[in-house]
Design a protein around this ligand. Structure first.
Ligand SMILES: [Cu+2]
Length: 459
């Protein structure tokens, strides 16, 4: 494995790989590609990418538009694309076995959907995702506000990832190994922002930046902080906060989560930083060379304009519970797989380590014939979640955003991915406004692949 410090010591050797940016083309091609991730003394890394780069090209549209994208599969394996966080037509959600058949090598699939919400979203492979997302099949999807966009000087999308490279800077091909899947998932040894090690973004003193942070990591929960910039958190998982929240400390970003920040460049130093805190200290994930004269402080930003609201009625809500079990150091003795009760050793032999409500796997293919809950469109739903495992999980609901029901009975901010720490019990609620069969799964990709998924039905 590559030693990270040796990388950091030669960070100046990084090659900037520009994103393709805005393009009129509606063809998105998934294909093998190469990219210089490691310093120049290493070979380029073989990846699987959308439109030739990791991240894939930034898809930008305006709230209220439709997006029409034809995905062409030039990979050796079947694939699909999930448009993460969009309140999308179910048939366009990109989940093989639930909303579509996987796109076979050489085939195409036409995605076409409305964009009701402004915000920071992303797209990624939803087939063999432990492998395909790790190899690079992801990109940003930015929906600009129809009106009331914030007054900023730079709008920067930063896709965070950690990738596991071998000593020859190739993607380690131990995808979905039993140790990763039964523990905390696949962690990388090289930290990336927009496919580069510590990329640099030039800024001016006093500039106001919108930082759109997106985690494309398989499993790592980033603990992030800012140096030389200060400001507010204005949106989570694409959805505006009703009030901007002052950033006073570090904050976490779990797999698939997004955070929109509006920050001002306040430092007197020559550089500002986005920092990832790890056990042994803080490391620069991206740096921001600063120039220009000192500027007066600006007033705090206003809240972003709200997206369409689907009110939650806690009193009349239908309820369900989800018991999360399994994994290493967990207490699970047995679970159902394909209709058969198997003990933990038999499950492990089949590469399955986790269960929801006693059943392994997310869909009918695993014998989960019935949804977690079956509700009418417009009903409110409350789901109690109990994490009876020794690991954290990032629970992602497709098709709708939810709020956490907080201890005092109030509702937290809208999210599509909730980080559940070990041993925690939490409750979420949402208005089931979007008809279809929707996946609800752990976004630690190895956990999903080895059992942590279910689905729910809205009719
Ligand atoms: Cu998990």
């Amino acid at each position: 494995m590559i030693d990270r410090r040796s990388f950091l010591g030669s960070a100046a050797a990084c090659i900037a790989i520009p994103n393709a940016g805005h393009s009129a083309s509606n063809l998105l091609r998934a294909a093998p590609g190469t990219q210089q991730i490691a310093p120049d003394r290493f070979d380029p890394t073989d990846l699987w990418v959308f439109d030739g780069a990791m991240p894939g090209r930034s898809l930008r549209a305006r709230q209220g538009d439709r997006l029409s994208i034809t995905v062409e599969n030039a990979l050796p394996d079947p694939t699909s694309v999930h448009w993460h966080g969009l309140r999308i037509d179910n048939a366009m959600d990109g989940v093989p076995g639930l909303t579509q058949e996987a796109i076979a090598p050489g085939d195409r699939f036409d995605y076409d959907f409305a964009l009701p919400d402004a915000g920071t979203y992303w797209y990624h492979s939803h087939a063999q995702s432990v492998q395909q997302v790790e190899r690079g099949l992801y990109g940003p999807l930015i929906v600009e506000e129809a009106e009331g966009a914030p007054d900023i000087d730079q709008d920067l999308t930063l896709m965070l990832d950690d990738i596991r490279l071998t000593e020859t800077a190739q993607v380690s091909d131990d995808f979905g190994n039993f140790h990763d899947n039964s523990h905390a998932g696949r962690f990388g040894n090289v930290w990336l922002v927009n496919g580069q090690m510590e990329p640099k973004y030039a800024v001016q003193r006093g500039q106001r930046l919108r930082l759109r942070l997106i985690s494309a990591a398989n499993a790592r929960v980033f603990q992030l902080g800012l140096s030389g910039m200060s400001g507010h958190l204005v949106a989570l998982d694409g959805m505006p906060l009703s009030e901007p929240a002052l950033i006073q400390d570090t904050f976490s970003l779990a797999p698939a989560q997004r955070a929109d920040l509006i920050v001002d460049v306040t430092t007197d130093e020559a550089e500002a930083f986005l920092i990832s805190f790890e056990r042994d200290g803080g490391y620069a994930m991206a740096s921001f060379p600063v120039s220009g004269a000192k500027q007066a402080l600006r007033p705090p930003p206003a809240a972003l304009p709200a997206n369409p609201d689907f009110p939650i009625d806690l009193k009349s809500a239908r309820t369900a519970t989800l018991l999360m079990e399994g994994g290493a150091m967990g207490g699970m003795r047995s679970a159902r797989l394909n209709g058969t009760q198997l003990d933990i050793r038999d499950l492990a032999q089949r590469g399955k380590f986790w269960a929801f409500n006693g059943t392994v796997g997310d869909m009918k293919a695993y014998g989960r014939d019935t949804p977690l809950i079956d509700v009418a469109q417009g009903e409110s739903v409350r789901i109690g979640l109990a994490n009876d495992t020794a690991f954290a999980h990032a629970m992602h609901l497709h098709g709708m955003h939810f709020s956490e029901v907080l201890a005092d009975g109030s509702l937290g901010p809208l999210r599509d991915t909730l980080l559940m720490q070990r041993g925690e019990t939490r409750e979420i609620a949402f208005n089931a406004h979007n008809p279809g069969d929707w996946l609800f799964h752990c976004h630690i990709l190895g956990h999903h692949a080895s059992g942590m998924g279910t689905w729910l039905r809205v009719t």
